[in-house]
Design a binder for this molecule. Structure first.
Ligand code: SF4
Length: 363
């Protein structure tokens, strides 16, 4: 049925530019290579998980180096994962432990609230120790290479965007239903059997739920690409924990100017953090970058973001230039955002992408 609804999701399998920028993702999707988190489970770390934080992080660094070596050998066909025994303590076990420790003084994102979520404290996102989801379903509205995408919407978000289209999910962290990593793992396995191309962690934001997601991946036996779909305001520590577990970073690069980020999403130091995380993600795995074009923000945001991408990540990185902005939630409080985008504005955004030299743009 999805082939009828989204013929572009079939056509993209023959799209040379998509394959060039997302080659490993396609191979995992087609079951020709193991997902990164499955490889991560096969990397042994020689450390006692009750050791101090510094020792665990050092072991994590060593584990990541070993993971890169193993990934190279797996991708070259020199090593087959099913033939390997699962180690006593894996790199993914270690990531789960480190994520649980971060929860006690939360710094999953660069707000760095420092609250102990295991003791019932809440930070800016309002998400507690246990994750809650608003819904999970096969999403047919994502980029063609992603659909059908098994998408999990977590309640709560690290941002406060005044135009959020999912505000009823992102700004209500106590709504939804509590979900365990065990349940998520079983759901993901079932959806992969039914033909999902990937599992897509979103919200709200997946970031406050990193501990749950890593544990779910550790329990998941299916070979399925994992897609980290977020606003990209993760802390450096969260980026390290994500490293080696995600097959696609599906990013949201909104603002080219920190004043816009502060005004509309109530977030500080946006550009430096999000640009840093894009660099790290690009070095780690494959990317699809979303940029939502907003009315009256073409010069300060669209141009600045597209030029940065071209200069820092190159012309072939996959960029989805999005025209679907609509003034939702509290956008009416900001007259400059209180309308839809005009076709003239979107055409200018396309020209900006072309001028920047980007060659792999979805519109
Ligand atoms: S994830 Fe939530 S509690 Fe943790 S640092 Fe970010 S906003 Fe604060």
């Amino acid at each position: 049925m999805w082939r009828v609804l989204r013929p572009d999701a079939v056509a993209v399998l023959r799209d040379e530019r998509a394959r060039r920028s997302l080659g490993r993702y396609f191979a995992v999707m087609e079951d020709k290579l193991p997902a990164r988190f499955q490889v991560c489970k096969q990397v042994e770390v020689d450390v006692d998980l009750s050791a101090g934080d510094d020792e665990l992080w050092r072991a994590h660094e060593r584990g990541l180096r070993e993971l890169r070596r193993l990934l190279g050998r797996v991708d070259e066909g020199k090593v087959s994962l099913p033939e390997r025994e699962r180690p006593r303590t894996s790199l993914l076990d270690l990531k789960v432990e480190l994520a649980r420790r971060i929860l006690r003084s939360c710094h999953f994102c660069e707000r760095r609230c420092g609250v102990d979520r295991t003791a019932g404290e809440r930070g800016v996102c309002g998400v507690g120790e246990r994750s809650r989801i608003a819904s999970e379903f096969i999403h047919m509205g994502e980029e063609p290479e992603l659909v059908p995408s098994y998408t999990i919407f977590f309640n709560g978000c690290t941002f406060k965007c005044c135009f959020c289209q999912n505000w009823d999910i992102s700004q209500y962290p106590a709504e939804g239903v509590e979900v365990s990593p065990q349940t998520l793992a079983r759901l993901v396995e079932g959806q992969r059997r039914d033909g999902a191309r990937n599992v897509n962690w979103v919200g709200g934001s997946p970031t406050p739920n990193l501990h749950t997601i890593l544990e779910a991946l550790n329990l998941c036996e299916a070979n399925i690409p994992s897609v980290w779909n977020s606003n990209f305001y993760m802390s450096l520590e969260a980026m390290k924990l994500l490293s080696g577990t995600q097959d696609i970073y599906l990013t949201d690069f909104k603002y080219g100017d920190d004043r816009c980020a502060l005004k509309y999403s109530k977030v500080q130091n946006y550009f430096e953090v999000v640009a840093r995380n894009h660099r790290l993600a690009f070095a780690d795995s494959e990317l699809i970058i979303r940029h939502l074009v907003m009315p009256n923000h073409l010069e300060c945001c669209t141009r600045a973001v597209l030029e940065w991408i071209a200069e820092n990540l190159g012309p072939m990185v996959r960029v989805n230039l999005m025209d679907q902005y609509r003034p939702e939630y509290r956008a009416h409080e900001f007259p400059e955002l209180n309308r839809r985008l005009t076709s003239d504005e979107f055409n200018r955004a396309i020209e900006m992408a072309r001028d920047a030299g980007l060659e792999n743009v979805i519109t």
